[in-house]
Design a protein around this ligand. Structure first.
Ligand code: ADP
Ligand code: MG
Length: 681
């Protein structure tokens, strides 16, 4: 068949005069050689077909006419764009079923139904169509109706087809936009609600809004119905104003209280905006509510601030400084107090080098090791160290810290606190010194009581023996017995002396007397007269004290007696012992006083002995020593506000020991001219 797509021909086929009107399709139909189609030449077309074709061609709505059982298709000018340049004009005169085979499953059934007498109407039907070289999605709204001849026999189908593709696509884009916007609102961390009309009816809310309002069911209800409590809180007035004026309202940190039967009143804090929604004509049709719930955030902020205040108070009250440090020591943060502990101003820059620089040099290594140990072995870091100011002042700091690690066990941070314990330590030291002093005086009292008891017990038999010896001497038969008895009496006198003067030291009379020191020294030497004679030790007395001293003479005699006895004990045959007195002013205080030195060429003392010299019961003499001599001496000297010093050398030669006692001439003492006698005491 030849429905050739050439330009309309001027040579008209027979019967062409039956086709009316101007235009592309009337021309093509007139020019077409229809004799090659099942329709036959136009001259032979039944009247029904001619009338239908002329009606279709005259219409400006896109219309197809399918004629006969073969559904041979004809169409008008308006339908040309629907078919597209790829299939037009080839479509003219073709049997529809074959020509539209691809889409016949879609467009065929209504056409076949029309052939059976049924009309139909389809809206926005998708018909993929070959156009512009490819298959395009196209949408059509079309209707089918049977065409009957004058006998009522169905002889064709009339299809009006309006392409709706642009509108369908536009609607689809709009729907997509709207859905996307809704999705954004649904997921937004903000709450959102759409209110419609002057009654502010909830049209749409997102999950955040539902959460904010504790799941209250609001859709389709007005604000007054959904939130009666919003009326008294002024929100409805606000909405009314926005609706009436058309200007938005922005609320910052606004509180409102949810109040219903099911829940306790619950205060919310929100930032929000009421945005009026306008119609194309400018009138307001609704309000968009959009905002952020601050309730949790404000609470968190408040909690954080309160914690911070408590922390600051605690560290402030405890005078604690805190430091934070990223490992490996690349970032250090010290608070003002840590800086104070390190003698630094609050705005000082610090590094790990600063830390070690200000540490006392003797403490650096120890602290360094402690830090390393804590980081490596996950132990608590706790040290005391000294910090040194540029002027050389020191603070004693107690530091506690710990290391934080990441999931892989790598050390992350080394944080902690510092405390200045200088004053605390000084107070502790003072307390323990006071305790020591107390203990010492308690011991002294104990020993004193013990000694007093012993001396009391010994004194009576001593007196008896003394008397008996006197009787023995008086009645002695031979000179030898008399000599022995005399020696016995002398030794007994020594024992008596020790008992009364050494053991009863704390029972000494409390009455002070004015005495010459050299006299006291001589009386002390007298005790050892016999020993001195046998020992071949050379004793030198070098006295130069004129002033008389107000003192407890018997007690001072005990002091010097012990010093002399110790020298004897330490000095070998042929050694020397020097007793010296001098008037000497204390160079520090300018106070007048007397100095006594007891020097020997004895064994000397080692460092350990020197360290324990004044401790009670410390002796190197085994059973021959009590270790109480120097201890008691010091107590006695303290009572006299006197001081005692020792210098000793064990090796190399010359060996020896010098004890030196300085006694202040108190107000009761007298400066005397040599030779002057003391006026009566
Ligand atoms: P004691 O004489 O009973 O041992 P002291 O308190 O008098 O007790 O002396 C304590 C110790 O001090 C003596 O044991 C002795 O070791 C040492 N010492 C004291 N004076 C001298 C001295 N002049 N030379 C060497 N050692 C001495
Ligand atoms: Mg002694």
């Amino acid at each position: 068949m030849n429905v050739e797509p050439s330009a309309p021909s001027r040579s008209l086929a027979p019967g062409a005069e039956r086709i009316f009107g101007a235009g592309e399709m009337p021309d093509r139909i007139r020019a077409c050689d229809w004799s090659l189609t099942p329709l036959g030449p136009i001259a032979s077309w039944p009247n029904a077909l001619v009338i239908a074709v002329n009606a279709v061609l005259a219409n400006q709505h896109p219309i197809f006419l399918f004629w006969g059982q073969d559904l041979i298709q004809l169409y008008n000018d308006a339908a040309v764009p629907n078919i597209g340049p790829d299939l037009h004009p080839a479509a003219l005169g073709q049997p529809a079923r074959a020509f539209w085979a691809d889409v016949w499953p879609i467009v065929g059934p209504p056409a076949e139904a029309a052939l059976r007498g049924q009309s139909g109407w389809n809206q926005d039907q998708l018909v993929p169509i070959l156009r512009h070289g490819r298959v395009e999605d196209a949408w059509f709204t079309y209707s089918h109706s049977p065409v009957r001849d004058e006998q009522g026999t169905i002889c064709g189908v009339l299809v009006t087809a309006l392409e709706t593709t642009p509108r369908v696509l536009a609607e689809r884009a709009l729907r997509y936009e709207r859905e996307r916007l809704l999705a954004v609102f649904q997921q937004a961390p903000a709450f959102f609600a759409l209110l419609k009309g002057p009654q502010h009816v909830f049209d749409m809310v997102n999950p955040q809004f539902t959460r904010l309002t504790e799941g209250r069911n609001v859709l389709g209800r007005s604000i007054r119905e959904a939130f009666p409590e919003a009326v008294e809180q002024g929100f409805v007035d606000l909405l009314d104003r926005v609706y009436q004026t058309g200007s938005p309202f922005v609320g910052r940190d606004v509180r409102f209280t949810l109040r219903d039967e099911a829940h306790a009143p619950d205060e919310r804090r929100v930032d929000f905006v009421y945005q009026p929604l306008r119609e194309p004509d400018g009138s307001v049709s609704g309000i968009l509510v959009f905002g952020v719930d601050l309730t949790g955030r404000r609470e968190a902020e408040t909690m954080l601030r309160e914690q911070r205040e408590r922390f600051d108070f605690a560290t402030d009250a405890a005078q604690i400084g805190y430091w934070f440090c990223d490992l490996p020591f690349d970032k250090l943060i010290w608070d003002a107090r840590v800086k104070e502990h390190f003698w630094l101003p609050p705005d000082a820059e610090v590094s790990i080098q600063t830390f070690y620089d200000i540490l006392h040099p003797e403490d650096r290594e120890r602290v360094h090791l402690a830090i390393e140990d804590s980081i490596r072995n996950r132990t608590r870091y706790e040290v005391e160290y000294r910090t040194v100011s540029p002027e050389g002042e020191q603070k004693l700091i107690h530091a506690i810290g710990r290391t934080a690690y990441d999931a892989e066990g790598r050390p992350l941070r080394f944080d902690g606190v510092t405390q200045d314990i200088t004053a605390l330590r000084q107070a502790q030291d003072a307390r323990s010194r006071a305790e020591e002093a107390l203990m010492r005086s308690e011991k002294l009292a104990l020993v004193g009581r013990l000694a007093a008891t012993i001396s009391h017990e010994i004194n009576n038999p001593l007196e008896a023996i003394t008397n008996l010896l006197y009787l023995v001497q008086e009645s002695a038969v031979t000179e030898t017995v008399r000599d022995y008895t005399r020696t016995a009496q002398q030794e007994l006198a020594r024992v008596s002396h020790i008992v009364t003067h050494t053991l009863r030291f704390n029972r000494q009379t409390n009455t002070a007397t004015v005495e010459r020191l050299s006299d006291i020294l001589d009386s002390a030497v007298a005790i050892y007269e016999a020993r001195l004679r046998h020992s071949e030790i050379q004793l030198t007395r070098d006295y130069a004290d004129a002033a008389r001293l107000l003192c407890f003479g018997a007690e001072l005699r005990q002091v010097f007696a012990n010093l002399i006895a110790n020298s004897f004990d330490a000095t070998k045959r042929g050694g020397r012992l020097i007793l010296r007195t001098r008037e000497q002013t204390n160079w520090k205080t300018g106070e007048p006083g007397l100095r006594v030195t007891v020097a020997d060429t004895g064994t000397g003392m080692d460092a350990a002995t020197l360290r324990h010299l004044y401790e009670p019961f410390f002796t190197t003499k085994g059973d021959n020593g009590t270790g109480l001599g120097l201890w008691v001496s010091r107590e006695i000297l303290t009572k006299h506000h006197a001081s005692i010093r020792v210098k000793s050398r064990k090796a190399p030669a010359p060996k020896g020991t010098v004890f030196s006692v300085w006694l202040p001439l108190g107000p009761g003492s007298r400066q005397c001219v040599e030779g002057e006698l003391p006026s009566g005491d």
